[in-house]
Structures are given as structure tokens and as C-alpha cells.
Design a protein around this ligand. Structure first.
Ligand SMILES: C[S@@+](CC[C@H](N)C(=O)[O-])C[C@H]1O[C@@H](n2cnc3c(N)ncnc32)[C@H](O)[C@@H]1O
Length: 252
């Protein structure tokens, strides 16, 4: 009988099926938060793990760094390759990194470290980092201080992962790495038509693994909310706010 681990693995693998919509529908990361992780004064060798379609990789490159991308999903990496043709990609996982010992200045992960198995991932990250290197973790979470976003979160509450869960992942990886942690909070707003809010939620793993009937019903509920809520009703374009939390882990 499939157990909770199988369900989790199925969710981790689900990204390939939504790869095409992913880059267009998910928010990017604010430059100040990514610069907090990897700096902007000196070009570094950065390994983006769980790089997906390259949303974080693109910001790392914009800050002047050299980046390579790793992901278990070839479909996600194909999207990344199309958007960022100069970036080297490799199929792999945090627990088995396709990179040499002491070969990078920074490992980063955007919206991905909650998929890692902390102990083997920390061993691998330590192996590939140069002395003085850092691990940068970053997540966007919808900002439920805005009333219509709070109503949306209520609909998603049973399914989605909150910021507290990310904090637990950071604590666990910091413990495994014996790392000091520095934190920065920033924000990013996505200006999108309502249907793209629905589409972005459809790229979440908990939605991607639903059967077709359940997914349709779930997404119809979100469409209904956006059509009815006073904060969104009749608006052709919505400002969907996100809080960004960036964590810089420096192994001692
Ligand atoms: C929510 S997406 C984030 C993609 C990208 N970093 C971004 O910011 O848009 C999570 C990614 O983690 C990848 N992933 C899942 N399990 C992983 C693991 N154990 N090691 C590395 N990446 C993993 C998935 O294939 C997916 O591309």
C-alpha cells in the first residue's frame, strides 16, 4: 500500500508535468534578497539546486555570478535551457550532487529545500562548497496580510505549506551543517490576470498530483473566490503580494 513517503515522492516528481506553465506563472525573487545570499561585488561560482525552470538562476546571473543548475526533472531543466541557454544543467538531486569536491562558492535553492532529505543533502552541500562557502535558501509565500490573499489561503490551507515549515527546514539543515544563519525578509508583487493566479496554484505539487476531477473542482473554487471577493471582483489584473524569506547558512 502506498505510504506517506510515496505520496511525498510523487509530489517531488510532479514538477515535470507542469514545467511549461511554471516559469510564466510563479513569482521571481527580489534582487536584494538574492544579493543577500550570494553578494553582488565579486562573481561567484553558484550551484542552483532544485533549479526547476531557472527563476532563481536568472536572478543569480543578473547579479553577475556564474551559475550551474541541478534538478531531478529533465522537463524542468529543458525549460531552463530554453530560457537561459548559457547555463550548464545536470540532472541530479541535493542528496547526490553532480559537482566536484570544493567546486562552488555558493549553493542556492529557491522554493526547493523542503524537498531535500536534510542529512544526505547537507553532506553533499558541504562536500561541494569551497572553504568559506555559503548555502542560500529562499522562499516566496503569498502575503496573507492582504484580505483577499487571506481568503485564498483559507481555501488552500489544508494543502499548502506555510512559512513555518520552511523555517523548520532551515533549522534542520543548519544543524546538519553546523552553520550560522542570517535572515532577510523582502517582498515581491506579481501583477497578473486572475486566471494566472489560478494557473500558478495549478503548478503547486499538491495540485499537480490531484486526479483530474478533484483538480478541476479545486481550481473552480479558486476562480469563484476571485470572481466574488471585494478585493478582486471585476479586476482584470491583480497584485498578488508575496513575502520573501532569504536564509544565508555559513558552515562554521
Ligand atoms: C517548487 S520548484 C522550484 C524551482 C525553482 N528553484 C524556482 O525557484 O522556481 C521545486 C524544484 O525542486 C526539485 N526537487 C524536488 N526534489 C528535489 C531534490 N531532492 N533535490 C533537488 N531538487 C529537488 C523539483 O524537481 C522542482 O524543480
Amino acid at each position: 500500500m502506498p505510504g506517506p513517503d510515496d505520496a511525498l515522492r510523487a509530489r517531488a516528481r510532479s514538477f515535470g508535468g507542469v514545467a511549461a506553465g511554471y516559469a510564466a506563472l510563479r513569482p521571481t525573487y527580489p534582487a536584494d534578497a538574492v544579493a543577500f545570499l550570494v553578494g553582488r561585488d565579486r562573481p561567484l561560482d553558484v550551484l542552483d539546486v532544485g533549479a526547476g525552470t531557472g527563476l532563481l538562476t536568472a536572478v543569480v546571473l543578473d547579479l553577475g555570478h556564474r551559475a550551474r543548475a541541478v534538478d531531478p526533472s529533465p522537463e524542468m531543466l529543458a525549460q531552463l535551457g530554453a530560457r537561459l541557454p548559457g547555463v550548464g544543467t545536470a540532472v541530479g538531486s541535493a542528496e547526490s550532487l553532480p559537482a566536484g569536491d570544493g567546486s562552488v562558492d555558493a549553493v542556492v535553492a529557491g522554493q526547493a529545500a523542503h524537498w531535500f532529505d536534510p542529512a544526505p543533502a547537507a553532506r553533499e552541500i558541504r562536500r561541494v562548497l569551497r572553504p568559506g562557502g555559503v548555502l542560500g535558501l529562499i522562499w516566496n509565500t503569498r502575503d496573507d496580510r492582504v484580505p483577499w490573499v487571506a481568503a485564498l489561503e483559507e481555501l488552500l490551507a489544508d494543502e499548502s505549506r506555510g512559512h513555518e515549515a520552511d523555517q523548520r527546514v532551515v533549522d534542520r539543515l543548519a544543524e546538519e551543517l553546523g552553520a550560522d544563519v542570517a535572515v532577510l525578509e523582502s517582498q515581491v508583487v506579481q501583477r497578473v490576470p486572475p486566471e494566472d493566479v489560478v494557473g500558478g496554484i495549478a503548478t503547486r505539487s499538491y495540485v499537480a498530483v490531484m486526479d483530474d476531477a478533484r483538480r478541476e473542482a479545486f481550481l473552480a473554487g479558486i476562480r469563484q473566490l476571485l470572481a466574488d471577493h471585494p478585493g478582486t471582483r471585476g479586476r482584470p489584473v491583480l497584485d498578488l503580494p508575496h513575502r520573501t524569506h532569504a536564509y544565508r547558512l555559513t558552515p562554521r
